[in-house]
Design a binder for this molecule. Structure first.
Ligand code: COA
Length: 281
């Protein structure tokens, strides 16, 4: 555990803060290729929960220690050791995984970026897809290996794929278990982009800074608006999206006014030319 008893990480999850207010959150079981066991799932939930309310963190980057992002669910601790246990135990263990892997991340208060630095298998696809954005090393290896050892993709992996990549690609990789690299992940839009390994961290910082330069209430409203409105009727979406719009203005009165003034009065800001307004609080 961390030295500070209020900080729930330091064992299977590591957190580092940097001067950009990026919290680098690492799966930290390198000797098990960062496979997610029940302990990690609990620690990760508590960590993410804590960081939502920690001012040292404006954006979360989820990545892995050493050469793996995560080798998926821990086959021994998550599956074999819960086989034969009461259904209630299995239910709790599964819930501890899904609590953070999609439920927490999909609704996360701050921007999240998955930085895929290496092996990414099976269950790891769920937090990968649940992060708002994703960048991979070109040489990272992805795989839905489940069919190779006699099970269907577990957890919400299949649902996560349906959310991101085209049906033909999803069916191919789910049914064959064949591996693919970061470049292919980017082609299929499983990740936003793939970059050479030596540029992965720098590119992630660049993207994170773009997000932190903006009003956090606006970024939050914009991402939640997209996530939720796509499941609504147009009528419900209209009501909800205008409510998010008004909420962002209410919570950060300056951001819109500043952008308008920079564009309409000062003529210092041209979003169409790729410049960014500086509206962060
Ligand atoms: N669950 C449990 N343990 C895992 C694991 C997983 N998903 N992935 C790796 N490990 C463990 C190995 O059992 C091994 O443990 P040991 O040292 O006690 O024997 C250790 O991590 C190192 O793994 P190893 O296979 O020796 O490393 P590698 O670098 O040669 O290969 C992988 C890395 C990721 C290619 C390989 O470990 C692998 O295929 N893992 C399974 C991935 C998978 O199918 N995940 C889907 C689960 S939902």
């Amino acid at each position: 555990m961390s030295d500070n008893i209020n900080e729930p990480w330091g064992n299977t999850v590591l957190v580092e803060f940097d001067e950009h207010r990026i919290a680098w959150v690492r799966f930290n079981r390198p000797d098990k290729r960062n496979a997610m066991n029940p302990t990690l799932n609990r620690e990760m939930f508590a960590t993410l929960d804590h960081l939502e309310d920690d001012d040292r963190c404006a954006v979360v980057v989820l990545t892995g220690s050493d050469d793996a992002f995560s080798a998926g669910m821990d086959l021994k601790e998550y599956f074999r050791e819960t086989d034969g246990k009461p259904r209630s135990v299995q239910h709790r263990v599964r819930g501890e995984g899904t609590n953070w892997q999609y439920r927490k991340l999909l609704n996360y208060a701050k921007p999240t970026i998955a930085m895929v630095n290496g092996w990414c298998f099976g269950g790891a696809f769920v937090p990968l897809v649940s992060c708002d954005l994703a960048i991979a090393s070109e040489d990272a290896t992805f795989g839905l290996s489940e069919v190779n050892w006699g099970v269907t993709p577990g957890n919400l992996v299949t649902r996560a794929l349906a959310e991101t990549i085209p049906t033909r690609d999803a069916m191919f990789y789910i049914m064959t278990g064949q591996h693919f690299d970061g470049k292919r992940a980017s082609e299929m839009r499983l990740v936003n982009e793939a970059v050479p390994a030596d540029q992965l961290r720098a590119r992630t910082i660049e993207l994170a800074l773009q997000l932190t330069s903006l009003s956090q209430w606006v970024v939050r409203g914009a991402k939640m608006g997209f996530r939720h409105s796509r499941l609504m009727s147009w009528e419900a979406a209209e009501d909800y999206l205008y409510a998010k719009h008004d909420q962002a203005i209410l919570f950060d009165t300056d951001a819109r006014e500043q952008g308008m003034t920079q564009f309409l009065d000062d003529k210092t800001y041209r979003p169409g030319l790729g410049t960014y307004a500086t509206t962060a609080e």
